[in-house]
Design a protein around this ligand. Structure first.
Ligand code: HEM
Ligand code: HEM
Length: 218
């Protein structure tokens, strides 16, 4: 499987980044909602630290994903009504914005609370607020929490649309993003395969008799 996308398929690079980030973001959301209500304990501190480091990893992966997207191409758009293509583009743009806003607001919330920030205990990250700031802390917390609820709504539309394309329209929107799903349409095979000429006929198994020499009797 090739790393770069082509006209018909997302490449391994784009697909790996999409699914790795989707898994991390969904995990962060579940852990984020669960951890806030835990009673104070060393366990809670560890879970918070893990949430923050993983969230920062998502931010780093997003930068990598955007750089990769610029170097890569996007597969051609499949046939669909114009409003659907526009809605998909708008949802994708909002998802990218939230993939920025969630880790950045988390980082800002941590900074405005006056806490230091480390990445898996390996190195420190600078404060985004230059010290504790109660008003900023509340705004950052609201962006972090409500931003996540907005992400959940957008994801419902995103996943719903992917499933509708697959099961109702029976097109390759989902299949060309997933590694293992069977594709519906031969028309979206890579061009060289779809238009390849028929294989040449096999040569006869028995050699043709040699031509008689020039001076042999008739
Ligand atoms: C946190 C979870 C997710 C996020 C943030 C996310 C985000 C995105 C973004 C931003 C794109 C656009 C890619 C681009 O044009 O560069 C995309 C494409 C896509 N996503 Fe997701 N996604 C998530 C989960 C899912 C899930 C669970 C599914 C399927 C059930 C899915 C199916 C797809 C498909 C099929 C495409 C390709 C759409 C196309 O070819 O136009 N995504 N996703
Ligand atoms: C894509 C990345 C992230 C996602 C999806 C995410 C999601 C969440 C969610 C859903 C919550 C629960 C919200 C609430 O009820 O208060 C939460 C809480 C929290 N997040 Fe994140 N987060 C991400 C990244 C980060 C980062 C990078 C940091 C810090 C550097 C961070 C710091 C926190 C903190 C400190 C809380 C606890 C808030 C409280 O105690 O009320 N998050 N996160």
């Amino acid at each position: 499987m090739q790393f770069k996308s082509d006209a018909n398929r997302w490449g391994l690079g784009a697909r790996s980044l999409h699914w790795l980030m989707a898994a991390l973001i969904i995990g962060l959301g579940v852990v984020g909602l669960y951890m806030a209500d835990l009673p104070n304990s060393p366990q809670k501190v560890k879970i918070y630290a893990l949430h923050k480091s993983t969230g920062l990893t998502v931010l780093a992966l997003l930068l990598l994903r955007l750089a990769w997207r610029m170097a890569d191409r996007r597969p051609d758009e499949l046939a669909m009504p114009r409003w659907q293509a526009a809605a998909a583009r708008a949802v994708h743009l909002l998802l990218y914005l939230l993939m920025f806003a969630l880790p950045l607001s988390g980082w800002m919330y941590n900074s405005a609370s006056g806490y230091p920030l480390q990445w898996f205990g390996l190195f420190n990250l600078p404060s985004l607020s230059g010290g504790a700031d109660t008003a900023l802390k509340e705004i950052a917390h609201a962006v972090h929490e409500y931003g996540f609820y907005l992400l959940v709504l957008l994801l419902a539309a995103h996943v719903g649309a992917a499933l509708k394309h697959h099961f109702v329209d029976r097109d390759d929107t989902l299949a060309r993003m997933l590694p293992l799903v069977r594709r519906h349409h031969a028309t979206s095979l890579p061009q060289p395969l779809a238009t390849a000429p028929a294989a040449p006929a096999r040569p006869p198994l028995t050699p043709a008799p040699a031509a008689p020499p020039e001076n042999s009797p008739p």
